[in-house]
Ligand binder design. Structure first.
Ligand code: NAP
Length: 333
């Protein structure tokens, strides 16, 4: 256990791409003591996510600890139901030690043979987003031809792997480099893909999906959404998961698509927030854990070592330096 606690604060609102020096500060303080009804957790794994960038624009209070999905070990408990040494999940992240009210803590189920970090990747909010997108929003049918943007990231790799296990047809994806496309094809269930930076997206999509698509799972928005709407077949669906293409470029014009396509091809477009689907968590375990144990489902994780690297890990993820889910691991884990 470290002698002092470290906490990341946001110190200014970014306009455009944030930087470590201008927008964050690492604050040192004594390890806090738990009050009655709370638990002191030594954090082991942290999730940094694109939604944090959205929250930096207004939702995160300045000069205060940031929130984030975190796995940790109970150091001291003053709440019934939690005991020392237990592994827990909570959202009081971006700090080495958290005092968490019992109601905001969840004991993490341990699945033999499945690494703990999976609770922040394929079994956590990232996997749940992919699972809900395919089962509840897209209502994936066997044989559906699928296109996924940000295919090599956390949600994108989980979507490719799940869609493959669920019987999708051809699965194609886009990512920010040829190496990331190759990763998605070699590891995450994709049949083909393209680098969205290498040329006009509509032409690249037509090359990898010449007969069109039934479903677009969209993590990015913008030009990729416009191209996908053009490529969708009759009764096609768009699942809007995220819009990372515009989080750091608030002044860029939003590309247009042909609105008539929605009517003439009887398309459906629907977005969702995973926080409204927490009741699907058990179903995700039932689906994914047997596949993880059998080896049919693999983990896609970029693990960054040391809490001191958390801001750089977050900024690196925004720059596309991750494949799969980016996770920060404590030095002592
Ligand atoms: N609806 C929900 O409840 C929910 C839940 C979780 C996540 N999300 C959304 O899902 C998306 C993916 O999240 P994730 O956690 O899986 O992150 P991720 O895909 O693991 O990481 C983000 C990736 O976005 C790509 N990217 C960054 N800037 C881009 C740009 N300007 N244009 C296109 N791609 C860009 C980068 O990959 P490249 O190298 O390929 O550019 C980067 O690796 C995000 O939009 C996020 O907000 C939504």
């Amino acid at each position: 256990m470290t002698e002092n606690a470290l906490t990341v604060h946001q110190i200014a609102r970014p306009h455009g791409f944030p930087t470590a020096a201008d927008h964050f500060r690492l604050v040192e303080s004594p390890v806090p003591a738990p009050a009655p009804g709370t638990v002191l957790v030594e954090n082991l794994y942290w999730s940094v996510d694109p939604y944090h960038r959205e929250m930096m624009d207004g939702d995160f209070a300045l000069d205060a600890p940031l929130e984030g999905r975190t796995l940790g070990r109970v150091l001291a408990s003053r709440a019934p139901g939690f005991s020392e040494g237990e592994i827990v999940f909570h959202r009081h992240g971006w700090r080495t030690h958290s005092v968490v009210p019992a109601a905001e803590l969840r004991t993490v189920p341990r699945f033999e043979g499945v690494p703990l970090s999976a609770h922040l990747s394929v079994l956590g909010g990232t996997g749940l987003t992919a699972y809900v997108g395919l089962t509840r929003i897209a209502r994936l049918r066997e044989g559906d031809d699928v296109f996924v943007s940000a295919a090599a990231g956390g949600v994108g790799t989980a979507t490719g792997r799940f869609a493959r296990l669920m019987g999708a047809g051809r699965i194609v994806g886009s990512a920010g480099s040829a190496a990331k496309v190759a990763y998605a094809v070699e590891n995450a269930g994709y049949d083909a893909g393209f680098d969205y930076r290498a040329g006009p997206v509509a032409a690249s999509l037509a090359e990898v999906a010449p007969d069109g698509i039934d479903l677009f799972v969209d993590n990015v928005g913008g030009e990729q959404l416009a191209a996908a709407i053009g490529a969708l077949r009759e009764h096609g669906r768009v699942v809007r998961i995220g819009t990372i293409g515009q989080y750091n470029t608030p002044d860029a014009p939003v590309p247009l698509f042909d609105h008539a396509d929605i009517v003439e091809k009887s398309l459906r477009m629907e977005g969702f927030l995973v926080r409204n689907y927490r009741d699907v968590q058990e179903e995700l375990y039932e689906f994914a854990v047997p596949h993880l144990r059998s080896g049919r489902l693999g983990l896609d994780e970029t693990v960054v070592n040391g809490f001191g690297s958390i801001v750089e890990a977050f900024l690196g993820m925004l720059r596309g330096e991750n494949v799969g889910k980016i996770i920060v691991r404590g030095a002592d884990v």
